[in-house]
Design a binder for this molecule. Structure first.
Ligand SMILES: *Cc1c(COP(=O)(O)O)cnc(C)c1O
Length: 218
C-alpha cells in the first residue's frame, strides 16, 4: 500500500515540488518500505522519535523536523536535522542559533507562520516574520530557507485557498523585501487533504503523512 500511495502521489506532483513523507508515529518498517521505493525525505514531529529514527535508519535519509520544538530538546533534533520547519518563536530561533554557534553547524530553518483560523495558535504572525527576517544578520548560524504553514482544518476549500493565498503573499513579500537572503526559496504548504490545492499557490514542498502511511495510532 505504501508503495502504491507513493507512486500515485509522485505521478501527480510537478517536478520541483519535494515530497516529505511524514512518518511520525509509524514504525521503522514503514519508513524502510518507503525508502526502498526511493523516498528519501521524511518528516517527524517528536524530538525523541526523530532522534531514534535518525540514528538507526539509513544515513542518506533527509530528516525534516516539523513539530513543536522546546529549547531543552535541541540536542535530540539539531545534530540530525536537514531542515527544521517549525521555528515558531524568536526565543526558539535564538536558542537554535546559539546551539549552532556552540556546535559549529549552520541550521537550515523555515519560519512557521500562523495562517489558519486554527484553535492552535502555533506560529509567528506575518508581521513577526517580516520583522525577524529584517534582523537575519543577528542569527549567523541560521540559514533562513523559507516559510511553513498549515491551512485551517476544514472542508471549506474556499477557506483553505484563502490561507494558502495569504502565506504565498507573505512569502513573495519577504523575497521582495530581503533579496539578500539568497537561500530563502522554500514554501512548505500542503498535507494529505489539501496538497493538490497547495500546488496552485507555488508550494515547493508538501508534507504528506496519512495519504502515504495510513492512519496514525496515537
Ligand atoms: C502530521 C503533520 C503533517 C502530515 O499530516 P497528514 O494529514 O497526515 O498528511 C504535515 N505537517 C505537519 C506540521 C504535521 O504535524
Amino acid at each position: 500500500m505504501i508503495a502504491y500511495n507513493l507512486e500515485s502521489i509522485n505521478k501527480e506532483l510537478p517536478s520541483g515540488v519535494k515530497l516529505v513523507a511524514v512518518s511520525k508515529f509509524h514504525p521503522f518498517e514503514a519508513i524502510l518500505e518507503a525508502y526502498s521505493e526511493g523516498q528519501r525525505a521524511f518528516g517527524e514531529s517528536r524530538p525523541q522519535e526523530f532522534a531514534s529514527k535518525a540514528v538507526q535508519l539509513p544515513l542518506d535519509i533527509e530528516w525534516h523536523f516539523i513539530g513543536h520544538l522546546q529549547t531543552n530538546k535541541l540536542k535530540l533534533v539539531l545534530p540530525y536535522a536537514y531542515l527544521v520547519e517549525s521555528i515558531d518563536t524568536e526565543h526558539l530561533l535564538d536558542a537554535v542559533n546559539a546551539w549552532g554557534e556552540k556546535n559549529g553547524k549552520t541550521i537550515s530553518v523555515l519560519l512557521e507562520v500562523h495562517i489558519g483560523a486554527e484553535e492552535t495558535k502555533q506560529g509567528l504572525t506575518p508581521a513577526e516574520v517580516v520583522a525577524l527576517l529584517g534582523r537575519a544578520v543577528e542569527f549567523p548560524f541560521i540559514c533562513f530557507r523559507g516559510l511553513m504553514g498549515m491551512a485551517s482544518h476544514t472542508d471549506d476549500e474556499h477557506a483553505i485557498r484563502g490561507d494558502f493565498a495569504n502565506i504565498k503573499g507573505l512569502f513573495d513579500e519577504c523575497r521582495r523585501l530581503y533579496p539578500e537572503l539568497k537561500d530563502f526559496d522554500q514554501l512548505s504548504i500542503g498535507m494529505s487533504d489539501d496538497w493538490r490545492i497547495a500546488l496552485d499557490y507555488g508550494c515547493t514542498e508538501v508534507r504528506i503523512g496519512t495519504a502515504i502511511f495510513g492512519n496514525r495510532e496515537y
